[in-house]
Design a protein around this ligand. Structure first.
Ligand code: FES
Length: 88
C-alpha cells in the first residue's frame, strides 16, 4: 500500500491492485468527477502530480496529449507515496 495525499487527506492505495487510482480513491470518499466512467475520454479526472511516481502513461493518456505533469486518475496507479491536485 502507498499513501496518496489529496485535498488535505491521506488515502491508502494498493499499487498492486487492478483498480485504477480513481476507483480506489472514490471508494474511500474522495470527490473525483469521472464523467465518462473511466473510459479515458472526458479528462474530468485529470490531476497534477505534485509528488510521487506513477505507472507509465497509457495509450489513452498519450492520445489526450496531457501536459507533462498531468495524469488521468482513471488510467493510472501510483508506484510510490505521493501528492496530487485535481484539475477540475
Ligand atoms: S473518468 Fe473520464 S477520463 Fe477519467
Amino acid at each position: 500500500m502507498v499513501t496518496i495525499h489529496l485535498n488535505g487527506k491521506d488515502y491508502q492505495v494498493n499499487e498492486n491492485s487492478d483498480e485504477p487510482l480513481m476507483r480506489q480513491l472514490t471508494s474511500q470518499g474522495a470527490q473525483i468527477v469521472g464523467a465518462c466512467g473511466g473510459a479515458g475520454i472526458c479528462m474530468t479526472c485529470a490531476f497534477k502530480v505534485i509528488e510521487g511516481e506513477f505507472t507509465e502513461k497509457t495509450d489513452t493518456e498519450e492520445m489526450m496529449d496531457l501536459p507533462e505533469n498531468q495524469r488521468l486518475a482513471c488510467q493510472c496507479k501510483p508506484k510510490t507515496d505521493g501528492e496530487i491536485e485535481l484539475i477540475y
